[in-house]
Design a protein around this ligand. Structure first.
Ligand SMILES: Cc1cc2nc3c(=O)[nH]c(=O)nc-3n(C[C@H](O)[C@H](O)[C@H](O)COP(=O)(O)OP(=O)(O)OC[C@H]3O[C@@H](n4cnc5c(N)ncnc54)[C@H](O)[C@@H]3O)c2cc1C
Length: 539
């Protein structure tokens, strides 16, 4: 029987990202995917700025951007009676606006899932040659104190192989057989509306290039659907939702009928259209009641399914494994206790519940769940969710509260108040090197633990260096305000909430674990204690 530290089931964006992250952390894994290759349908397209920050920290931002479209080529959201007909409304989503550069040095990107996945696969394979196995499915599994024993089957030859893994990540999608076998309850609403995705070739530039948008919602008496931008030229998606309300059934979508509907929605009766594929799907809004089941962790759509209104499914899934993988690495390397792994559920599951609720609220406001075919406009929060994207705050044993209250915002969905309060994402603030080069903390984080200390925080830096010996964990100290790296403006002081003698400990996923607003009597002991708590080794 083959042995592997982590078995990843599913080669969608979440499984591929888990493979890449674990390799970067020095952990071997085996990824199995039943299909011969990556996704053939462009399901997800909107990669939000937080996910792009993660991609940047893993060195793959440029490759993803090359496969996708820049924000200025998808700058609007348009509502119209048809592409060639009357425009009803036009909005600039927050992620495409200049304002978005205030909170991150990294911008959102539109990259269709069938363009993104080959990039993730290539990068994961470069890190872990031979450890991604396509045409291979998980047939069954058992788990006990020794690990997860999995039966894998080559779908081409039928050959079976048994693998013993210390942990298994179930990234096997919305219909997760692992979740079903574990008997996990899903909380929320299943099957809230049905849709069909049509992938097509047609040159739509004459009706789109003067108002480049990520989405063109078509709202007419005859049809409600959405053109989904893929290459903004001749490759598009067309989404027909709320089928029953519009008098359709999935089997109605023959290639001929689909092409006719696309022409109707375009408002161009003689438009040449080639239908490349038709994929029916049903939106649900539910979340697994528990993400951890012994040695098995649910991630991505296996853990949460949400309507695509808002574009959160894949983003949430990528961020799930970003949260999980460093914890698995520490436990596998015997540098943290098993209890750290429970914080994956404690941090990610409540957040997924909130995101799912908001994705559903978007869908409701857009009339997706209505039984009638009437025109509706999306609520103001739709694609304006920067509070939810950047303002998420974790509460778990891997975060040490410092007694400060959460930042006050009027609407936690749309409003983001940058703060280095423990539990939140270490915020962006421009720092400057002596030669004038500007650098964001976002570019200093994401590879391991980092201690950001004020200009007189030399003792904290020494404490960070001692951590390798005392706690077995490397912590990179960075002093801000020592001449080598200076705050470029007031933002650093306002958002980090420490004086020149204080320090902030940031986890490998870029979230703040602990903060000391000022000096401590014994910095080495104070920091070691904080780390012990994160490691689950506090006495
Ligand atoms: C129309 C539409 C638009 C969307 N738009 C967005 C968007 O803009 N932004 C966004 O973030 N999300 C969006 N989403 C959601 C996004 O597509 C999903 O959240 C994402 O695909 C989930 O990734 P995953 O890796 O968890 O699962 P999947 O992509 O479903 O991958 C799971 C993989 O596991 C494999 N598998 C399953 N069982 C086994 C087994 N037993 N053995 C081996 N392999 C197995 C499957 O073959 C599959 O490849 C959209 C979805 C739809 C339908």
């Amino acid at each position: 029987m083959a042995h592997v530290p982590v078995l990843i089931v599913g080669g969608g964006p979440v499984g591929l990202m888990a493979s890449l992250l674990l390799s970067r952390l020095g952990i071997r894994s085996l990824l199995v995917e039943r299909h011969p290759g990556t996704a053939i349908h462009p399901k997800a397209r909107g990669i939000n700025a937080r996910t792009m920050e993660v991609f940047r920290q893993q060195g793959i931002e440029a490759a993803v951007r090359k496969a996708g479209l820049p924000p200025e080529r998808t700058g609007f959201i348009v509502w119209a009676k048809s592409l060639a007909g009357e425009e009803i409304e036009r909005r600039v989503p927050w992620g495409r606006s200049e304002r978005s550069t205030d909170v991150s040095p990294v911008r959102a990107c539109l990259c269709a899932q069938d363009y993104l996945e080959p990039v993730l696969r290539r990068c994961a394979e470069e890190q872990a040659p031979g450890e991604l196995s396509f045409n291979t499915e998980l047939k069954g599994f058992t788990q006990d104190s020794a690990g997860v024993t999995a039966t894998l089957r080559n779908v081409v030859t039928g050959a079976e192989l048994k693998v013993l893994a210390q942990y298994m990540i179930a990234a096997d999608g919305a219909q997760s057989a692992i979740r079903a076998a574990l008997g996990v309850r899903m909380d929320g609403k299943k099957d809230v509306y049905d849709s069909v995705n049509i992938l097509l070739e047609a040159d739509l530039r004459p009706w789109t290039q003067d108002r480049p948008a990520a989405l063109y919602f078509i709202e007419s008496d005859k049809l409600r659907g959405t053109f989904l931008t893929i290459n903004a030229h001749d490759r598009w998606g067309f989404l027909v939702n709320s089928l029953k309300a519009q008098g359709y059934a999935p089997q109605d979508f023959t290639p001929e009928r689909s092409a006719a509907l696309v022409r109707l929605a375009a408002g161009v009766p003689d438009l040449p259209v080639k239908v490349l594929g038709v994929a029916p799907w049903v939106a649900s809004a539910h979340v697994a009641e528990q993400y951890r089941h012994g040695r098995i962790f649910l991630a991505g759509d296996a853990a949460h399914e949400m309507p695509p209104t808002g574009g959160f499914g894949m983003n949430t899934g990528v961020q799930d494994v970003h949260n999980l993988c460093w914890k698995l690495a520490l436990v596998l390397q015997d540098r943290a206790e098993d209890s750290l792994l429970q914080t994956y559920h404690d941090e990610r599951q409540p957040l997924a519940c909130k995101i799912t609720e908001q994705a559903l609220a978007n869908a409701v406001s857009m009339g997706r769940l209505k039984k009638t075919n009437e025109t509706t406009s999306a609520r103001p929060e739709f694609l304006n969710e920067q509070g939810m994207i950047f303002g998420a705050s974790y509460s778990s044993a891997a975060v040490l509260p410092d007694g400060s209250p959460p930042p006050a915002v009027a609407n936690p969905i749309t409003d983001y108040a940058p703060s280095a309060r423990p539990g939140g994402r270490a915020p962006h603030a421009w720092l400057q090197r002596p030669d004038g080069e500007r650098v964001s903390p976002i570019d200093l984080l994401g590879k391991g633990f980092v201690l950001l200390a004020g200009g007189k925080g030399g003792e904290w830096a020494e404490a960070a260096q001692a951590m390798q010996t005392s706690n077995g964990i490397e912590v990179a100290p960075i002093i801000v305000g020592n001449g080598e790296l200076e705050p470029a403006d007031e933002r650093w002081r306002e958002t980090y909430g420490i004086d020149e003698t204080g320090a902030v400990l940031v986890r490998p996923d870029g979230y703040v674990a602990w903060r000391s607003a000022g000096a401590a009597v014994d910095p080495t002991r104070t920091l070691a204690r904080a780390m012990e708590a994160i490691q689950g080794r506090a006495s």
